[in-house]
Design a protein around this ligand. Structure first.
Ligand code: ZN
Length: 463
């Protein structure tokens, strides 16, 4: 609650979309089979979708007639945080949808995850509503994270008539004429047809998929990274490395510019591609969504690894004289929670308040930013209570902490845990009262007892 007050006061709502401290496994686990199914049936025109404010059917994605599909993709991506969306029109009807999530540490180091959204005929669920749906799902998950390197989520047009959209993009990226600098694209993963697996579960060939690669720039390194990820985390997938890989999809346009790229998709190499290729029989009902989910998880893991997750620690440690942020590699700004104001000059990892009150620290890395909870801090006054005035017992405590108040003045009691987080605060003027410690976990607590003129902090151990 107090966090929100401070954030609104400072007007920095834009930064609060990030969630932190997730492992790569946590992120892999977010890939949703159900989300992928919804995207595939909407993109392939099996079901109506909300586009431009009304429910509509994407009747097909053929190049001259796929603006509705482009609008759908653009709107889906625009709903996610931290993305800048650019519609790149490269001829009268061709347009790529490009969503950029800027890296906070190395914004010029770029990784691209992509798929083509155009089709040769109606439906074309596998080719390539599957790849587009995977890119949207990855964008949904990763856009909530704060990252070191830039990720571009790209959906290409006019793949089926000569890899036109990707060709335009890759040429622009590599262009060094007229003072342009070559984009530092470090890895491209193209997903084209990731939904067909004809082999029965448990039989030979089940879960086969192809990694198509050739020796351009560090393309072989991407293949190695994917194989390492397959060994590090658990997937129901069997990789088939195809080298020299096919040039019949968008990644080849990046090879042409000597960028590192691979294709990930169902296995043409083991003759396990959809029998309904480039036909209107290529329908969502024939998609193996479990297999498609596994491939999406694999590419999610790769993109997350390459993006580099930035985690910020927003906890605070308190000693008798200082507050200290537990994040060792951030920028800091301390706040007075009671006045909702930043403290001028308080930009070090530690801060020593000059008056008692509630304090918070904002930790930031680039534009990634997180605020700590407010921590109650008592400046040790010369006037502490004598043991005759205030008595706290037993210590250690197991269930009930007892306080004798012999000064007959209202006391403000604040209980902090070891990290400085306030777990309870209340006032009492009774001569004797009890604090229930039964529900508190074992450990050290600081119990501050204060009047207008005196203050004492007691270190209490809960057993
Ligand atoms: Zn395709």
């Amino acid at each position: 609650m107090i966090n929100k007050v401070i954030l609104s006061f400072l007007g920095v709502f834009v930064f609060v979309n990030f969630t932190y401290s997730q492992s790569i496994q946590d992120i892999i686990n977010q890939v949703s089979n159900a989300n992928l199914q919804v995207s595939v049936v909407e993109l392939s025109g099996e079901q109506v979708a909300m586009i431009n404010g009304s429910m509509q059917i994407i009747t097909n994605r053929i190049q001259s007639n796929n603006d509705l599909a482009a609008d759908y993709i653009e709107e889906r991506l625009a709903a996610f945080p931290n993305l800048t969306i650019n519609v790149q029109e490269f001829n009268t009807v061709g347009k790529n949808i490009i969503a950029t999530q800027l890296g906070q540490t190395n914004p010029n180091d770029i990784y691209i995850v992509c798929a083509h959204y155009d089709s040769v005929t109606t439906y074309c669920a596998d080719d390539n509503a599957t790849g587009v749906s995977a890119v949207i799902e990855i964008a949904k998950i990763l856009s909530a994270q704060c990252i070191d390197n830039t990720i571009i989520y790209a959906l290409w047009d006019e793949e089926e008539i000569g890899l036109q959209g990707a060709n335009f993009y890759a040429q622009q990226a590599a262009n060094e004429t007229n003072g342009n600098t070559r984009d530092n694209i470090l890895g491209v993963i193209n997903m084209d047809m990731i939904g067909y697996d004809g082999d029965a579960p448990g039989t030979s060939g089940d879960n086969d998929f192809d990694i198509d690669v050739r020796d351009f720039d560090n393309s072989l390194g991407i293949k190695d990274d994917l194989l390492n990820i397959l060994n590090t985390y658990t997937f129901d997938l069997n990789p088939i490395v195809v080298n020299p890989g096919t040039t019949a999809s968008d990644h080849a346009r990046f090879w042409n510019q000597d960028y590192s790229a691979v294709l990930v998709g169902e296995s043409w190499e083991t003759d396990d591609q959809t029998p309904d290729y480039h036909s209107s029989n290529d329908r969502a009902e024939d998609i193996d969504f479990q297999y498609m989910t596994e491939l999406t998880k694999l590419v999610t893991a790769y993109m997350t690894t390459k993006a580099g997750l930035i985690t910020l620690d927003n906890t605070v440690t308190q000693t008798a004289s200082t507050l200290s942020s537990n994040d060792n590699s951030a920028s800091y700004q301390w706040y007075n929670c009671d006045s909702n104001a930043s403290i001028s000059g308080a930009t070090n990892q530690t801060y020593s308040p000059i008056s008692s009150g509630n304090y918070a620290v904002e930790v930031s890395n680039g534009s990634c930013l997180e605020l700590s909870p407010c921590v109650n801090f008592s400046v040790l006054s010369s006037e502490e209570f004598t043991t005759e005035e205030i008595k706290i017992y037993p210590n250690p405590v197991t269930s009930v902490l007892k306080i004798d108040n012999n000064i007959q003045t209202e006391l403000t009691i604040t209980i902090n845990d070891i990290s400085g987080k306030i777990i309870n605060t209340f006032k009492s003027r009774k001569e004797y009262f009890e604090i229930d410690f039964k529900k508190n976990v074992s450990g050290v607590y600081f119990v501050n007892v204060a009047t207008k003129t005196k203050s004492s902090t007691f270190k209490i151990v809960k057993e």
